[in-house]
Write a protein of this length. Structure first.
Length: 189
């Protein structure tokens, strides 16, 4: 089939919070975290700025560009802001408020695929797809689990974002802490 997600594809990720009103995964402003490039939050639009909400999916296990992405694969997500907005990365701890509901790590981008072992690697899990052949397709709902320290947590929205953003993004120990905050719908960019 031609509709499967492939390594090298460019995507937008829409958050499921509040019946898909959680915004689109986005880089927003410079990060002050050590080794980081940009802060990560969600935005109302997948195109808040040129490339800020666009992510290229790359294999973290050596699969070739053009190979189909399967549920359970280990991936990197590279942001395309300015041609290279960095790799989605866990960096530092979640805020005190986020920790009260299972928050683990802050999320930003890094110039390196793995700023530290596993910080930029994410395991992608689809809830389901049609047909049920393990491939992931645009429109599928996914969860992203970070591999830092063998358990970096699930990517989620949690709290209000920075100026120009909608919600802050962190990782959490729970895959669905509340109202589908860790669900993300894939759209082709």
């Amino acid at each position: 089939m031609a509709n499967e997600l492939k390594y090298g594809d460019r995507i937008h990720l829409q958050n499921a919070y509040n019946d898909w009103a959680g915004g689109y995964l986005d880089t927003n402003g410079h990060s002050t975290d050590g080794g980081a490039k940009y802060g990560v939050s969600t935005a109302e639009s997948s195109a808040r700025g040129a490339g800020t909400g666009t992510w290229e999916i790359l294999s973290a296990a050596g699969k070739a560009t053009g190979t189909t992405v399967a549920s359970g694969d280990l991936i990197y997500l590279r942001n395309l802001y300015g041609g290279d907005g960095g790799y989605l990365d866990t960096n530092g701890h979640a805020s005190s408020d986020q920790k009260t509901v299972g928050g683990k790590f802050n999320v930003s981008t890094s110039k390196d695929k793995d700023r530290a072992p596993g910080t930029g690697r994410w395991r992608i899990f689809a809830q389901t797809s049609t047909p049920g052949d393990q491939s992931i397709r645009p429109g599928d709902v996914i969860h992203l689990w970070n591999t830092y320290s063998e358990n970096g947590g699930f990517l989620e929205t949690n709290g209000h974002g920075p100026t120009g953003g909608k919600y802050d993004v962190c990782t959490n120990a729970y895959y669905n802490r509340a109202q589908n905050v860790a669900g993300w719908k894939l759209h082709r960019a």
